[in-house]
Design a binder for this molecule. Sequence first.
Ligand SMILES: Cc1ncc(COP(=O)(O)O)c(C=O)c1O
Length: 382
Amino acid sequence: MSEFGAACRGEFLLDPAVTFLNHGSFGATPHAVMDAAEGWRRRMEADTTGFIRRIWPSAVAAARHAAAAFLKTDPEGLALVDNATQGANAVLQSLDFAPGDEIAVTTHGYRAVAKTVELVCRRTGAVPRVVALPFDGLTDDLVVAMVGAAIGPRTKLVVVDHITSPTALVLPVARLVAEAKKHGVPILVDGAHAPGQIDLDLDALDADFYVGNAHKWMFAGKGAAILSVAKRWRARIHPTSISHGLGKGLHAEFDWTGTRDVGSWLSIPDGIAFGERYGWGRIRAHNDALCARAAVRIAGAYGTEICGPAGMRAHLAAIRLPVEGPADEARAIALYGALYDRTRIQAPVMAFGDRLWVRISAQIYNDMAQYERLAAVDWRAY
Ligand SMILES: Cc1ncc(COP(=O)(O)O)c(C=O)c1O
């Protein structure tokens, strides 16, 4: 019997009444990691001042070093942040833009980051240059060609997702970083879903900025994420909340942004250790294979298609819903709610490109029987 699926579900706090197919949105933290985070919180409460003055700095540095080793990057350029949104905001709000400058983004980008780009543009007079990537017939070559074609003399930043949120596609970020470099333009990679899901080597990638969550696929407590900053930018990037460390370097600025609960950050090494117990390579192979099999099964049952080619997917897949009518956000929210109310299946429904999609995730606690429940849903009744 496999050690994955139902056999390891008890490692997590997941409600057995819910068919949880949405690791992607917020992750799921194992008991062992929750306990570690709680242990740190209790230590802090026992002597808060002593903890903050004497333990906090070295404990945060240890968590940062563990994350840096896991992501294969120099800890000097790594800052801990609460989530990918915050990391992307730190970059976008730290850079200087002038009227007429362009920030290249794609239509597959995460909406919250796109909104930050919009606000920065409104404040500075810069303009978003939106690359409308298709999802039918998408290939790595096409992504690179289309993003490359959008980079012009006024482009001051390129923003791309490593794994897209609504369409669940792994974009060719190494080639996109090379493309941006060719044009001499910095690139921010939004890797919210990548750490843990993809074997990353951030130093080899050498993006100017890379944000990623530890609370999704690295099993850390919620509110644990990284911002990696290339050496050439380190003095220019500030957190979204300025505190005593201003001007004293990346770590001084990001480690202390005001009093906060640090338990989730400090649980990062425990999340990595949890994955090591099963083997990160084995986890990835299991999740990739399960996701691919489940997506084919569900799309077959619905008589629809999976978004994007198999080669551009990892632990996430978006499958088109067999429903007619409007494909807007309100309908997606209504369908998601109805799915959960009627079946207790937890899977996001998204509107994208005039179609409605359900996105599945595959994590070690999932098995095919759970996806069969989603495959059996009769959407005509919704
Ligand atoms: C591409 C992308 N960026 C950013 C985020 C936001 O992550 P967080 O809520 O941890 O900031 C997500 C969340 O799913 C995402 O898919």
